[in-house]
Design a protein around this ligand. Sequence first.
Ligand code: FEO
Ligand code: CA
Ligand code: CA
Ligand code: CA
Length: 727
Amino acid sequence: MKGLTHPNNDRTLNPSDNESIFDVLQRADPSRRRFMQGTAGSAALVAAGGLSLSGFMSAVEAAPLGKAPGASVPMGFTAVPPDLFPGTDQVTVPAGYTAQLFVAWGDPIMPGGVPFSGTAQETAAQQRLAYGHHTDGMHFFPFTGRDGKPASDRGLLVANTEYTHENILFADGQVGNGYTLAKARKSQAAHGVNVLEARRVGGRWTVLRNSPYGRRVDANTFTRISGPAAGHALMKVKEFHISDKGSVPTGAETDGRVAYGTANNCAHGITPWGTYLTCEENFNGYFGSSTGAVPGVADGQTGKLYNRYGITAGGFGYRWHTVDPRWDVAGNPNEPNLFGWIVEIDPFNPNATPIKRTALGRIKHESVQYVVDDASRIAFYTGDDERNDYIYKFVAAGSYNPRNLAANRNLLDDGVLYVARFDADYTGRWLPLTPDSLDVNGVALREHPNFAGADDAEVLAKILIKTRMAADAVGATMMDRPEWTGARPRINGFREVEVYCTLTNNNRRGTGTPSVNNPDGSTTAGAARPPVDAANPRENNVYGGIIRWREDGRSVAATSFTWDHFVEAGDTRTTKAPLPSNDFRGNIVDDPDGSADFGAPDGLWFDDFGRLWIQTDQGGNGTGDFANLGMDAMLCADPATGLTRRFLTGPTGCEVTGVTLTPDGRSMFVGIQHPGDGAAADNPEATSRWPHGQWAVASDGVTPLNPGRPRSGVVVITKDDGGVIGS
Ligand code: FEO
Ligand code: CA
Ligand code: CA
Ligand code: CA
């Protein structure tokens, strides 16, 4: 996310004489270069067992979900051009494709909901029955068809709604007529997760408004906490009776095994046993302090936790804490510890309590991607999206059992969390975060003052609650804002465990006086200014890129891997002055050169056909560094050759985030987040009138798209000849 409620991205330039990526490449052992970028990298990949373009084509044909007509030519579509400023304020897809609005903020998704008015007069109670505000990661869970196979015309679309823009959410803006509990409750209800039933009837995709599967999980929904940190003293908070009349303390303390709500649900993941994983990202911004102060690093472990996770007296300006004491850290200091987790939701059981899985660590989780290897071991890869934070994987202790899905239910509670170290020789290490793990000074974490406890069970609980600080201690590699992770499908002879992660940007790399995250865990969130390194080779990394790694031995449990950059994004035509390690032009493989330039990759997803979809969160609204790149976009890339093509451009001020396909590959859902970002309360349509400016009705052909304010929403894309999307 970007926008009003996102931490500032100041942009400072401070050239240094650190070595460039080219210097690093020259230094590297040539025998390690089997896994490199660009054209040479493609050849190397083939030599190492990767796929050529023709291999990729046959991979599509051999996709586990079956070959569909038209799918034998990958990226058969005609690229769309960049939507340059001031922009069309539309979603544009290639010729031969049709995009329509499927669902948007405020649309009812469960019984009792009211149609969105356009005025934002809807109440908190009505918002609880309707799609949340700023849509993000999502997945289509198919129903089983009459033939016993996954259906492509009926299923549950489960989607996060990450955050809210308060001046668009309320008819009178955040503070017009004062800030009230009623506003906080509506804002809280517009966060979280949406489960809706989707049906395609007569060629039209429709939201079933009265579906019994319809569900909202929001910032007040009861959840359970499981795994090693459950029950720890740091997880015990004031107990409240929560209603629309207020959050009233009961006088009791919780047992550390329950929480209310999930917030800042950025991207997502799924499990092979059919559940949805929602990732809590910038949770810190919802907390505030009624005293105007929060403890600092010198005040003990709570102050240190606040500092490392960015809990401040004012938060992002949401003001929830001014009317809802649950979010006021002055009186309820441990409540932030209940956020920053991955939360498991059973989409097919609306009564199932969501579970916060603490074994996967507490960070600003962007997304999570599972991989099952040939030995049936399962790992979950996840990035911590903050400047100079880390990439993690959780390896379950047990094996995945495809024949008894219920047997997997507690795999997420027992295992080892690792953090990544990327070395200059294109190898890397997964550093375990356990009581035995040694910090950079050779001291076991159980002896470390941040994690010391009565026994190893308590040490592990503290390691997980303070995951960032444990990663600081063991010397993980500080990354350029890890966003989504995705795994290349292991199909058609491609057997590697190969995982990709977007590194969206970093204006605190190689700029200012060099500093790193202190191994004692005392660094303020996002405050360090590390020099460039092999994995993060650009100073002031405006355009970001995508890193990838292969697990040694094709095992998800490996503690070592090889890595390279799949791409460094950029602007072929930029005139931005080069820094010593940064040409800003990138090395996107496109034809003609420059035709697929993009920056700030964020969303990243492999479909089951083996194609990589990349979504951008560039900011700048097609101006400044992004003048040549235009509005945010979605691109399609071939992982074997790197060939990239722009598939979609979004409306003004939006971010493109969230993508999923029906099993047949013929309907694609894409999230459009915060069109018209930054509008003031008295003129919400100042920069965007999307989606109503593009369409009169939604994809069902019936639901009117009322004017009044821009709305985040999900579009559904089909190919006019009925073929596989992107073919
Ligand atoms: Fe919610 Fe890092 O994007
Ligand atoms: Ca982003
Ligand atoms: Ca290029
Ligand atoms: Ca994101």
